[in-house]
Design a protein around this ligand. Sequence first.
Ligand code: ATP
Ligand code: MG
Length: 423
Amino acid sequence: MSAKPRAVRGMNDILPEVAGTWRYLESIVQEIVESYGYAEIRLPLLEYTELFKRSIGEVTDIVEKEMYTFPDRNGESLTLRPEATAGIVRAGMTNGLFHNQKQKLWTSGPMFRYEKPQQGRYRQFYQFDVEAVGYDGPDVDAELIIMSARLWRRLEISKIKLEINSLGTPETRLHYRDALVEYFSGVKNQLDKDSIRRLEQNPLRILDSKNPEMQAIVDAAPIMLDYLDEASAEHFSYLKALLDAAGVAYSVNPRLVRGLDYYSRTVFEWATDALGSQGAVCSGGRYDGLVEKLGGRATPAVGWAMGIERFVALYEACGGEARTNRVDVFIAALGSGTLARAFVLAEELRDSIAGIRVEMNLGGGSFKSQMKRADKSGAEYALLLGEQELADKCIGLKPMRSTDEQKSVALDELVATLAEKLR
Ligand code: ATP
Ligand code: MG
């Protein structure tokens, strides 16, 4: 016997017992973002590697060590998308969506990063992603945050906190960069290897270090907010005023820099301590320079991405009810001619009662084994069709989730009876 096939490390199967909850939560997010006028866009999983290198930045965790990159049969380098923003911007440019137009878009699906798999961190994971392209803000920055706050409220998710920061403009960052280089050079003998390399290539990334031994040094570094240009400072304080007025609580975390190069001005993160160390659930920011960097006209933009696995886990940690895909009715048929009649009945029910989920007993079996399946199906009611019922033009209706007695219903009253009971 050959060994069982293995799943690829860090890539999960989302089994039916949890897929129901996933679908429920995804439908709520969709409903909410569409209630703010965001429209869906669907994108390829593969892009040319160059796109991610140019947008995310060469000296970032993602591009340095996390991308699934391979040559296709033509020898062109392709990469499985590690995030969605680059693809949305590319699609907008490819299709002329940003010519004298603003776009509010959402997308969702799998992302791929070669990370060390652990709780809340996988190699294929799912994101829900929202982007507003062509908007200066800070009104839209506020709207994106208010929209995510509505999501937590709607689902009674309480164990989550918002942190915000401003990264200023590329020019501000040059000044800040000088200050950082000066500071980190002074403590160079205490830096880890990654940080020493980044000191020359991209000192801001040192602030994003996940190494606990670097924490104290990072904490004492100069603060970006002290270097903000006037326009960015105004943008940031207007954002804070809008959040205050909307009643969205936040704290300013001057160390929040986010792991991608393309951010400018507003950055934010919704994080929880209910999920252990992978606490970032929904992260976002403004990327005013990205479209231009990819060869388009200067176009301001802002967005956020939410990790679905962490979102589902947080929903559960906050007491959210699991949603299973149960059927409403299970039909058992036993005896000559009953199966054919049962199929017709099942179709009639599906025709007449909108949204009803009907499962037929398949593969025969004794009455007892059919009832076991009916129980396992999670159905609210079992319908029992035997030869006697067939002759009497009626059917047995058995409540499966209550102690009510089974009763007999005339076949021509079945639709009305069930419609009433399932209402
Ligand atoms: P982290 O700091 O946890 O590495 P990140 O800054 O890399 O997160 P983003 O690139 O901003 O994350 O992605 C947005 C969201 O996607 C995160 O807030 C998180 O919920 C989720 N996410 C990111 N990487 C993973 C992963 N490997 N597995 C599962 N979810 C992830
Ligand atoms: Mg990361």
